[in-house]
Design a protein around this ligand. Sequence first.
Ligand SMILES: Nc1ncnc2c1ncn2[C@@H]1O[C@H](COP(=O)(O)OP(=O)(O)OP(=O)(O)O)[C@@H](O)[C@H]1O
Ligand SMILES: [Mg+2]
Length: 316
Amino acid sequence: MRATIRDATMTTPTMTDPAADPSARQASEAPPAGATLPPRPLVRSANAPGTGTAGRETDGTPGRPAVDLSDVSVYYGAFRAVRDVSFSVPTHAITALIGPSGSGKSTLLRAINRMNDLTPGSRLEGEVRYHGKNLYASDVDPVEVRRRIGMVFQKPNPFPKSIYDNVAFGPRINGYRGNLDDLVERSLRQAALWNEVKDKLKQSGLALSGGQQQRLCIARTIAVEPEIILMDEPASALDPRSTLQIEELMAELKENYTIVIVTHNMQQAARASDRTVFLNMGEDRAGYVVEVDETVKIFTNPREQLTEDYISGRFG
Ligand SMILES: Nc1ncnc2c1ncn2[C@@H]1O[C@H](COP(=O)(O)OP(=O)(O)OP(=O)(O)O)[C@@H](O)[C@H]1O
Ligand SMILES: [Mg+2]
């Protein structure tokens, strides 16, 4: 099954607490791909919604990156957290963001689905293009952005609902008219969790182990079939076995999705990603890109001494 460019979800009540924000809340109310609901356009227009134009305006040229950041700076009030960041995110690949604490990895990840908008006082300069379309253009619907670009967080955060209802949550709110049982099963299979939970779908998601909870959150995210999945240290709270499971899962998911992962774990970045963006923090405390390259190049023959020092554990 191939994901289409529409309808991501952002189903997390933590971090910037989108659950408390109505616009974020709506993000999990998107119709899933394959649903019988019409797709919604990314760009607001005077035309009636649901005319089947979603995706078309962002289809772009084949081979074009899914996301392109150019000269992106993000501010929290007067503080510039990242400066002049440029890199691109290739489709159907895993891009890792690495760098010391405070270098702006999470900030940049949140810039990709406009989640920083939910932080009062945050502001972005530069451009984040999604299939060529500037995501911060005034005609772009940020709720739709978050539908198409889903997010998984460091700490697994299932809803206090059954396993089934966790996965069915987004599709249900959208009035999904396909076979919900099939959708739940497919999502759980894609998240490599089905075999472990198929006999206890009515049990609470909170009763699962940490690693299972994180896979449940991944299932919940992909139940509405985003094109891109952003993961902020998705395995850092997990044991080594669960961590490896998440890494294996990411390798499977990239067949259908484009993934951007933040990780502190150098082995994980080296093992799991195709492309690596190394960020460092300047004297002004703003994060900046030191080097972007194929992961194998970054970890075997980086261009910059700073990269070499970081990946070999000499700082950070
Ligand atoms: N909501 C916020 N308000 C103000 N400053 C913030 C906010 N979020 C992050 N920052 C600041 O922006 C900078 C980058 O933070 P960010 O969380 O993106 O870094 P990070 O690389 O993800 O760090 P870590 O590895 O510790 O998770 C830091 O100086 C941080 O203090
Ligand atoms: Mg972070």
